[in-house]
Design a protein around this ligand. Structure first.
Ligand code: EPU
Length: 439
């Protein structure tokens, strides 16, 4: 039976909450465990359905994966290196599984990975991953929807800039392929996201030679062997941002612990413009105490250190109930506005044209049934439900479970009215006629 969230609006969130580890760092780091025989231990891994799916993929690739023997700990033991194929059934469930391509190729000399399809964020091609792998001396062919990559990386010059900026998982794949092999690889227009820096630091701990992590130029000297390591995943800046916005949208007073404020400057800049007061209490603690209504401010999503696309729908939720109006421009995924019709069902005033929306703040939202179209849309709907009058039923919460670690438990601790309940899905026509026949 599927679940939905029933969100009762009106409560002001208060208290302390701990931020979990980053999904988008943990997934490529789990894939990178394939680069070394032996036991990799990752700490501060969030408990998410995407993490469980990556564990299933690693299992098919010859790893014994132990999930959460202690909170946050994932143990990956590479025991059999004979399989080189990641099947469509698993890859089609989660795009991040394409991150096994680089590690498999580097360590096993060949990789067959299903080409991911499009998703609700848009087309999402993988041409930059392929171009990068080819530029470091590997052959790539396509067969029955699979990417077939062969050959040991020999180094080369790679340019990863696409029309929408550098690719985050593309950088992860090319970096993971280049660390083992001969020659020197220089990647220009590499993604600078903190999750890529975290991955580079893990690879360095495994014996890789990488310079420039966190900048747009990575210089990698290939080595013959890497060794398994124990490594910590960074805090999730998108979860942290979502919880900070939850505080602002409920005019609450929430303190976030174990986050990294240094990688959240774009959100803080928006908070300043929007008159959302925040305070950095120490290196890993931020308080958002927002007694008054926020003021809408224009927003453009950009690659890091610009404003993250993954916080576009949560911040748009706050704009919906702010004073004034704002332009929201999506420059990473021009089609990432599937949440807009759902926001309107709650009373939001949003006009959309191409990759831009005009959001005019309203005084009141009213609860209604809505459905999550993707992970961050689901988070935005929960935020709006917290601010709306009455009850908001958020359906399709499997999207939320993919990327937020115990979100409803964290919100409940802060005083939110949110419950996970089972519901009876709509009967299909065939099932109805069967019942009629039985009658
Ligand atoms: N792109 C290309 N060619 C490519 C790859 C990407 O044109 O070969 C385009 C994409 O279509 C998009 C832009 O480049 O327009 C950026 O895509 P990118 O490759 O950077 O995205 P990704 O690596 O597939 C990661 C996160 C996403 C996040 C984006 C952007 C992971 C596992 N996923 O995806 O996270 O939105 O970077 O920051 O790291 C989420 O967590 O909700 C999520 C979708």
């Amino acid at each position: 039976m599927p679940h939905k969230f029933v969100v009762s609006g009106g409560a002001r969130l208060t208290g302390n909450v701990t931020v979990s580890g980053s999904k988008n760092a943990a997934l490529p780091m789990m894939a990178a465990a394939l680069l070394a025989k032996g036991t990799t231990i990752l700490r501060n891994v969030p408990d998410l359905s995407d993490v469980r799916l990556m564990a299933d993929i690693l299992d098919t690739l010859g790893c014994d994966v132990t999930l959460f023997p202690q909170p946050g700990v994932v143990v990956i033991d590479v025991v059999d290196e004979s399989n080189i194929s990641a099947p469509y059934e698993l890859v089609s469930e989660m795009r991040a599984s394409f991150c096994v391509l680089g590690p498999l190729l580097a360590r096993r000399g060949e990789a067959h990975v299903s080409q991911p399809g499009g998703c609700t964020l848009g087309e999402r091609p993988v041409d930059l991953h392929i171009k990068g792998i080819q530029a470091i001396g590997c052959e790539v062919a396509f067969h029955r929807g699979n990417v077939i990559a062969k050959g040991r990386p020999t180094g080369g010059r790679v340019y990863l800039g696409g029309s929408m900026g550098p690719s985050v998982t593309g950088t992860a794949n090319v970096m993971c392929a280049a660390v083992m092999g001969s020659g020197v690889t220089v990647i220009d227009q590499a993604a600078c996201e903190p999750e890529i820096t975290n991955l580079a630091e893990m690879l360095i701990a495994m014996g890789a030679k990488i310079r420039g992590a966190g900048t747009s130029r990575l210089v990698i000297h290939g080595v013959d062997e890497l060794h398994a390591a124990t490594f910590d995943v960074i805090p999730d800046r998108i979860e942290a941002g979502t919880l900070m916005i939850a505080s602002a949208i409920t005019r609450g007073d929430v303190t976030l612990e174990k986050c990294d404020p240094d990688v959240m400057l774009a959100l803080f800049d928006k908070f300043t413009e929007m008159r959302v007061p925040f305070e950095r209490l120490d290196a890993s603690t931020v308080r958002v105490n927002c007694p008054n209504r926020a003021r809408a401010a224009d927003l453009t999503t950009l690659p890091y250190p610009g404003f993250p696309t993954d916080l576009q729908s949560p911040l748009m939720a706050l704009m919906c109930v702010s004073e004034g109006y704002a332009l929201v421009e999506e420059k990473i995924y021009p089609e990432r506005f599937m949440h807009v019709p759902e926001y309107r069902r709650l009373g939001a005033d949003i006009r959309k044209q191409f990759n831009t929306c005009i959001v005019t703040g309203v005084d009141k939202l009213h609860g209604a049934p809505v459905a999550a179209t993707d992970l961050r849309a689901g988070a935005g709907l929960i935020l709006l439900g917290l601010a709306a009058e009455g009850e908001t039923d958020v359906l399709k919460i499997q999207h939320v479970d993919r990327g937020y670690d115990r979100l409803e438990a964290k919100l409940t601790t802060l005083g939110a009215g949110i419950k996970r309940v089972e519901y009876q899905p709509r009967r299909r026509a065939g099932e109805r006629s069967q019942r009629n026949r039985a009658a």
